[in-house]
Design a protein around this ligand. Sequence first.
Ligand SMILES: CC(C)(COP(=O)(O)OP(=O)(O)OC[C@H]1O[C@@H](n2cnc3c(N)ncnc32)[C@H](O)[C@@H]1OP(=O)(O)O)[C@@H](O)C(=O)NCCC(=O)NCCS
Length: 171
Amino acid sequence: MRISECREEDVELLDRHMPFRGATSLHSLRYARHREGTGTFLVAWDGDRPVGSCEVRWEGCAAPEVRAVHPGCPEINGLGVWPETLRSQGIGTGLIREAEDLVSARECATVGLGVEKNNPRASALYRRLGYQPSTPYLDCWSYEDGAGITHRVADACIFMVKSLYPGPARP
Ligand SMILES: CC(C)(COP(=O)(O)OP(=O)(O)OC[C@H]1O[C@@H](n2cnc3c(N)ncnc32)[C@H](O)[C@@H]1OP(=O)(O)O)[C@@H](O)C(=O)NCCC(=O)NCCS
């Protein structure tokens, strides 16, 4: 498994190999933020096939209630590993560690991520990696399906944070 920053030509591969509810817009959106510098879009590869991704959002969590408590805290967003058969093999952990290294390199003191309240396995993973639950919030986002229909979603989440000084702890 290797991890690299997303390139323009990777977006089509992500759409093909890591579809999300028929939507193609999410990978394009993340790549657009990568290009403009507000995000860093990381892709995990098994050979030539993308099998996981996440994004560092440098401006922090989109939810104002989280930004109010954690100003200037970058967010690791959109973590996913696909297909399901490749989960629990360390790919998600590898992506998080790569993201933490990027955040540390910019000398940010903390990093955070949001997890849905009904996702106890992901929450357990983040706790194992040193993230502490902090701020409840509503994650409001939308995606466009293959038919061009926009779906608006509001997920009840907890923002979890990790201190990165003196460097990412590696439990
Ligand atoms: C959460 C996720 C990204 C973790 O990636 P991963 O490569 O499986 O993670 P690792 O192998 O490094 O660590 C495995 C741990 O992830 C957690 N996990 C969360 N959801 C999981 C799932 N559906 N399948 C397997 N592990 C999952 C568990 O704590 C697991 O530990 P366990 O194997 O002891 O139960 C991945 O499982 C996934 O894509 N899940 C569905 C999407 C999702 O929930 N994303 C998180 C949004 S906050």
